[in-house]
Design a protein around this ligand. Structure first.
Ligand SMILES: [Zn+2]
Length: 94
């Protein structure tokens, strides 16, 4: 049996995974592939975390923006109402 044709973890020469054995799945290439896969998973997780953070930040900013115009509007309405009141009072004092 060709060691290179056996699946990882089913090595014919080693019962336990040995270093730098392709059949054990511990060859330099297999280790690089495993490291690459782990790196990719970590990068994807980091991307997801970043996306989630941005999404949360955006939602918070939108909530603030939604709340702010109302506050400005009501402040303007209050100011306008106060001006109307004072004008009305001035009219009635004539
Ligand atoms: Zn082996």
């Amino acid at each position: 049996m060709e060691p290179e044709e056996t699946e990882a973890g089913k090595c014919s020469r080693h019962r336990r995974p040995a270093k730098n054995c392709r059949a054990c799945g511990t060859s330099a290439r297999a280790q690089q592939q495993a490291a690459e896969a782990a790196r990719r998973r970590a990068a994807q997780q980091a991307e997801r975390d970043q996306f989630e953070e941005l999404r949360r930040e955006g939602a918070m900013r939108r909530a603030k923006a939604d709340a702010n115009p109302d506050g400005i509007q009501s402040a303007q309405q209050i100011a306008r109402a106060a001006i109307r009141e004072s004008l009305k009072r001035r009219e009635s004092n004539k």
